[in-house]
Write a protein that binds this ligand. Sequence first.
Ligand code: PMV
Length: 313
Amino acid sequence: MPALSSSAPGKVILFGEHAVVYGQPAIAVPITEVAAKAIITPDPVATSGAIHITAPLINLDANYTDLPNEDPIAAAIRATLTALNVDQPPAFKLRVTSTIPVASGLGSGAAVSVAIIRAVSAFLGNPLPDQDVSALAFEVEKLHHGTPSGIDNTVITYNAAVYYIKGKPIEKIHIAKPFGLVIADTGISTPTKETVADVRRLWESDPDPYNKIFDSIGKLAVAARSTIEEGNNVALGPLMNENHELLQKLDVSSPDLDKLVLAAREAGALGAKLSGGGRGGNIIALAAEGHADEIKTAVEAAGARNAFITTVK
Ligand code: PMV
């Protein structure tokens, strides 16, 4: 049997992170410039059931059975075997690679899970449908996030722009007119689990003002959806700026994120905000046609560890 591989894109959240955990809508799009890949090679000389995993990015080189239960790669394999009722799979080697920065709001955890679930289920001769892939990746996301909304596994599995409300069927968004985004990394990785837990603490200590902030963020996502579907991209900028201010109120921005957001706006971005869990990770800036390069140069000068341009389409 030849080697088999599966890959999954990264993602950014355009609107609605954190509020989405509390039932508000959010919008996310796949980012295909970065991806996670799972490659499976049969291991005919090993005993049945043996699985060896390498993931150079996180220096992992281990047997499946030696990994702790909460290891996300082991969890993705286990979830797939359980879903397919397979106890002793034919022995295989799994290699996981990724160009998605870890803990930076670009969906690296969900992309790795989706790639593994697809590769393992295909290897077992039973490729799972998107709905199941997303549901299994969601179970693994709980290890990364604690109380994930499900937006990452959804946008990454379906590889499409989505309008997402926790627990509701997926709604794909039609991008009427492509738009350019500059994505810039602070170089600081912050586990989403941490910021999600901090926001929860704030909300629990004083629910009313935080419910109002979540509600305002949700309204921005609703407005942004129509704006995107009408192709009125310029109007997205101010909505992104407002969303960033509300995230600052949730205390999930940081001086590094704010600095990149300001640099992008000063370089002519129509709007800019942090994207994902926050505190570190990435910002996204909406570029007017023909201005993406200037914004990229400006955020790099302001200290971005890495910046790239993508077209949302
Ligand atoms: O995985 P990240 O860092 O892009 O964050 C996901 C977005 C949150 O709303 C903060 C958490 C969630 O589960 O939706």
